[in-house]
Design a protein around this ligand. Sequence first.
Ligand SMILES: Cc1ncc(COP(=O)(O)O)c(C=O)c1O
Length: 389
Amino acid sequence: MEVLDTPAYVINEKILQSDIGLLRQIADQAGCRLLYSPKASSLAPVLTGVAAHVDGFACSSLFELRLVDALCRGEGSPHEGSLHLVSPLIDGSTLDEFGDRLNSVTFNSMSQWRKLQARVSASTSIGLRINPELSFVHDTRYDPCRLNSKLGVPISRLADLMADDRGVLQGIDGLHFHSNCESTDFASLLATARHIQDVIPEALEAVSWINLGGGYIFQSVEESAAFFETVALFCNGFGLQVFIEPGAAAVRRCGTIVATVRDIFEGDDCQIAVLDTSVNHMPEVLEFQFEPDVLGHVDDGVHTYVLAGCTCLAGDMFGQYAFDAALSIGSQVTFLNMGAYSASKAHRFNGVALPSLYTRRDTGRLDQIWADHFDNFANNVGSSTVAPA
Ligand SMILES: Cc1ncc(COP(=O)(O)O)c(C=O)c1O
């Protein structure tokens, strides 16, 4: 057993290269530009690992922009990926700071656009997020097309505005939509594209690019036929440059979380194994109420445990898992497919340290590149001197 400072996020370089490589291949075959969305994981080895394969980054905030700029475009960086900003709320000062280094900025509403357009550099392309008003996500918390959605201008409203004034989009270079979540079914993307084409054809004729967002998991070239058709609809039908900005599809598989069993005791109908990690290191487990994949778990294993997190929350547990071999104190437990939205949503509830960070190199070597320590926690709660503004 490898000795690791647990809990630990482990980024597997080989898997990351393979998955971003597949996205590159599919984007090239489709004839579209590939951006990576750092919101899924902005861990340094992830950003530098995808940089050589993407055309740029679709950032959500000033901090993400600064990080990508420093890590992937800094002096001496071999990669000069483009920088794109898309967020429900953009601050004028971000536009001032990044100026013409921003390749595009996508506003979420007509009001954000009107308020901030004068602060956008002349060389930055302006986009407008639209809401296709076609839902595919059943959980409304994750449905960008839900009733009273805050995400983008509803296309029916845009159609009305364009009927009143054909020039309403003057100054807008591109359209952006992101309307799905973790879907492997590109038929819904194609249906969305056709719906947009039906409702706002004039808007598609008025712009030069469209960004299809993320929300889809690409599995293979063969399973991407409807994706290719979607890109062709916009490229061939309207002469648009198409962008995609996946996050999870690039990084979900490359990340694991390794934890250590620290206590074992009897529960009501099976043993409880308390780990040195917590659902707060992978908050989507609690948000989505799913049981994460665990290495070595077998349905008919004879040793069954509730794997539990180490915080005071009763629901800080991962589920019931069976194994062929018994766990004991000191056993390692590895959660699979944890590369997306784990580290970027993690927090230190109960003062539990964040997982340390390792990369599994191509050669198989495991390198530790970060460890949490008390000063980080203390800084976060304001215990250090606040720097003057
Ligand atoms: C605007 C936008 N683009 C891209 C993404 C990335 O989505 P995913 O990680 O599901 O590919 C998201 C995720 O919420 C998003 O909101």
